[in-house]
Design a binder for this molecule. Structure first.
Ligand SMILES: Nc1ncnc2c1ncn2[C@@H]1O[C@H](COP(=O)(O)OP(=O)(O)OP(=O)(O)O)[C@@H](O)[C@H]1O
Length: 234
């Protein structure tokens, strides 16, 4: 990424140690990353290499042990805590897409997407308007009033992407978002993530093992034994 752009995400020497003493595990051993607004990058690595730990640190779900993390140039983890309100940080600045869509079964599709903007203080009307706009963009508005259980796997995943985008977060963390999908639907989800990144300048990290989508990333980070390496992709 260009040096003069403020990165959406920047990690400097991020470390995470679980436990202490003889049983301590150093899951992250000094991770450096810079991701610009609008970039979609892949993160690949073998089992136990630290992918989940890195996503949990990025999502402010767990604290790193050392190092620095910045979102949009603002220190999130530093020598001291700079951001106290992690709930607000997770709600407004980071969108999550998981392997399973985890839609709420007793809310219809629209309310699943509208819930986060409502929690962030938008009126019901405004939150639903935003939800419908996203459902349309993701080509799933025809299921707006359905119970999520009645949707196909690909439709449910598109709804979960709409939910991740609902508060217009500058960062989206996607953990194996295409794992349950066939090749065509997996590539369609990647295209949606790329389109959304371009339109909203969202930075997106996609953790994946999915050989079908790995060649689509313009930048790819490998993680091995708690350290990341960037692969130059032509
Ligand atoms: N809560 C924990 N306590 C102790 N060690 C942990 C904990 N969570 C993860 N680890 C260890 O940290 C290392 C990295 O684990 P992590 O789950 O981040 O890897 P991963 O790349 O996501 O693996 P997978 O692809 O199998 O999910 C592993 O050695 C793991 O055993």
């Amino acid at each position: 990424m260009a040096d003069n752009t403020t990165p959406a995400i920047e990690l400097r020497g991020l470390c995470k140690r679980y436990g202490s003493g003889d049983t301590a595990v150093d899951a992250l051993k000094g991770v450096d990353m810079r991701i610009a607004p609008g970039e979609v990058v892949g993160l690949v690595g073998p089992s136990g290499s630290g992918k989940s730990t890195l996503l949990k640190c990025l999502g402010a779900v767990i604290d790193p042990t050392a190092g620095q993390m910045f979102l949009g140039g603002e220190a999130i983890f530093d020598e001291v805590w700079k951001v106290k309100d992690l709930r607000t940080l997770r709600r407004d600045r980071i969108g999550f897409v998981f392997q399973a869509p985890y839609l709420i079964p007793f809310l219809d599709v629209t309310d699943n997407v509208a819930l986060l903007p409502m929690l962030a203080g938008k009126s019901n009307k405004e939150a639903r308007r935003r939800a419908l706009e996203l459902l349309e963009a993701l080509d799933v508005a025809h299921r707006a009033k359905s119970n999520p259980a009645l949707l196909s796997g690909g439709e449910q995943q598109r709804v979960s992407i709409a939910r991740a985008l609902a508060n217009n977060p500058p960062v989206i963390l996607a953990d194996e978002p295409t794992a349950p999908l066939d090749g065509e639907r997996a590539l369609a989800v990647v295209k949606i993530l790329n389109d959304m990144a371009q339109q909203h300048q969202t930075a997106i990290i996609v953790v994946t093992h999915d050989e079908k989508i790995i060649p689509t990333f313009k930048r790819l980070y490998h993680i091995r034994d708690g350290k990341t390496y960037e692969e130059a992709v032509s």
